[in-house]
Design a protein around this ligand. Structure first.
Ligand code: TRP
Length: 469
């Protein structure tokens, strides 16, 4: 076997893994999903899932990736061909998430220029302008393509050093701006209602679909369930402390999500924007808030959307990389051909996703492409992917081997192994099974059930033909 390239430094790995985790999932998706799912109780369930399931699954992905030093598909396949499908399912998730993520990345990029063009001059029109923009047939497509081209350039080069450097400056900047927004938001009249909405659990609002949404959000935000962290772990040196790395990445990601929530909800309540406003939330709340800040407002807003675009980029390149690594390792593509062909397919999916927001294009069980891609991945593929990984690690790999991998052959302490192992072997698979089953059942009331069942069907087919994949 070839000697595997390693991360230049420990901090380089953490930056890349945290860069993958922190993205639109934290700043765009978390606030509006919390809003649509009733606030506090959703946030609490999400936090419990992050601590119990997210952290453990991330550690498992790191361990499985580093053990064989192979990317997502190879890590399963090299162990047992009947498990190849679990890796290939991740590649499919990569395509589907990249079938809408660049659409939103394109919005972020567009907003850099919209703010410079005077978006903040007429605060009352900011909401309507967002709706008009995303339902437009052509303009968002241009921005999406531009955003996707940035991904292609980064991933063709194979080394993401440039983007990592940008991330090193812009991620702390993003964090700083979020703090500014949060402080400003908290000082607005009526802001406390927003904090209450976000942190005071109202358990009457919890049902099967809220719990599944919280589970999906935890996986999506931490970049889990599709082999992304397996791939990143495969480049990790045998000397690194996996437990510590998983703990740092998990807490950083969660801190940014909570901060984004604190930045968004007080301002929303102060401005009288509906908590269930949906995907436009950041794109409306942040400009409206900065419009109140006078001359400094536009500058802050431009910086915010630049930082958001870069945070999105460091995430989407990790998604693209999973697909590209599969095509190179398993299908013998050159890197350039792998990137260009997968990005072309992703662009086509994104066109469908973007047009569907304007009500144009094919639907499946009444849902447009954007919703279908999101539902399949966020509600089914990622969580079931995580479940499969845990079953694989708990039942297919040997306990001693896992212990050795995680403790670097006993040279490092992991006192919680006795808790982590039964979690991975029993508790997490059973929990995910129950949450998914209950969420799908409830999904039949809201119309998303049939699509989730299609997802389960796809997984079953993949499992049946695993050896041929
Ligand atoms: N976690 C990223 C975000 O929050 C998105 C992402 C990157 C992702 N890689 C992933 C989601 C792998 C699921 C699986 O924006």
């Amino acid at each position: 076997m070839q000697k595997r390239e390693n991360w230049g430094s420990k901090i380089g790995f953490i930056m890349a893994a945290a860069g993958s985790a922190v993205g639109l999932g934290n700043i765009w998706k978390f606030p509006f999903t919390a809003g649509q799912n009733g606030g506090g109780a959703f946030v609490l369930v999400y936090l419990i899932f992050v601590a119990l399931i997210g952290f453990s699954v991330m550690l498992t992905e790191f361990a499985v990736g580093r053990r064989r030093q192979l990317a997502a598909v190879g890590a399963f396949k090299s162990e047992d061909k009947r498990w190849t499908f679990a890796g290939v399912l991740g590649v499919l998730s990569g395509f589907l998430i990249m079938g809408f993520y660049p659409v939103v990345g394109g919005w972020a990029l567009a907003y850099v220029f919209k703010v410079m063009g005077g978006l903040l001059n007429n605060p009352a029109a900011i909401g309507a302008s967002f709706d008009a923009f995303i339902t437009n047939a052509t303009s968002p497509l241009m921005w999406m393509v531009l955003y996707l081209i940035l991904n292609v350039i980064i991933v063709v080069k194979g080394v993401s050093s440039g983007i990592e450097k940008a991330g090193k400056i812009l991620m702390p900047l993003l964090f700083g701006i979020l703090i500014v927004i949060a402080i400003k938001g908290l000082t607005l009249p009526g802001a406390m209602a927003g904090m209450e909405f976000l942190f005071k659990p109202d358990f009457s609002k919890v049902d099967g679909s809220v719990i599944l949404a919280a589970l999906g959000q935890a996986f999506f935000s931490l970049s889990l369930g599709m082999g992304c962290m397996i791939t990143y772990g495969s480049y990790l040196s045998k000397k690194e402390n996996l437990v510590q790395n998983a703990a740092i990445v998990t807490s950083m990601d969660t801190a940014v999500a909570l901060l984004a929530g604190i930045a968004m909800f007080p301002a929303m309540f102060a401005f009288g924007i509906e908590p269930a406003a949906g995907p436009g939330l950041v794109f409306v709340v942040v400009p409206t808030l900065f419009a109140e800040m006078g001359a400094m407002g536009p500058m802050f807003a431009v910086l915010f959307f630049i930082a958001l675009t870069v945070a999105a980029l460091t995430s989407s390149v990790s998604l693209l990389e999973v697909v590209v690594a599969f095509l190179i390792d398993e299908k013998k593509f050159t890197r350039k051909k792998a990137v260009l062909s997968s990005a072309t397919v992703m662009a086509l999916l994104c066109i469908l996703a973007s047009l569907s927001l304007g009500g144009v294009g094919p639907t499946l069980f009444g849902k447009g492409a954007f919703d279908v891609f999101d539902l399949l991945t966020d509600k089914i593929f990622l969580a079931i992917g995580g479940m499969l990984l845990c079953i694989f690690a708990g039942w297919r790999l040997k306990k001693e081997d896992l212990y050795g991998e995680i403790t670097n052959n006993g040279t490092m302490d992991f006192p919680l192994f006795g808790m982590w192992y039964p979690l991975v072997k029993y508790v997490i698979p059973i929990t995910i099974f129950l949450v998914a089953a209950n969420g799908i059942r409830q999904g039949f009331e809201s119309g998303s059930g049939p699509i989730m069942l299609v997802g389960i069907g796809i997984i079953a087919i993949f499992a049946a033909i695993s050896k041929k994949l």
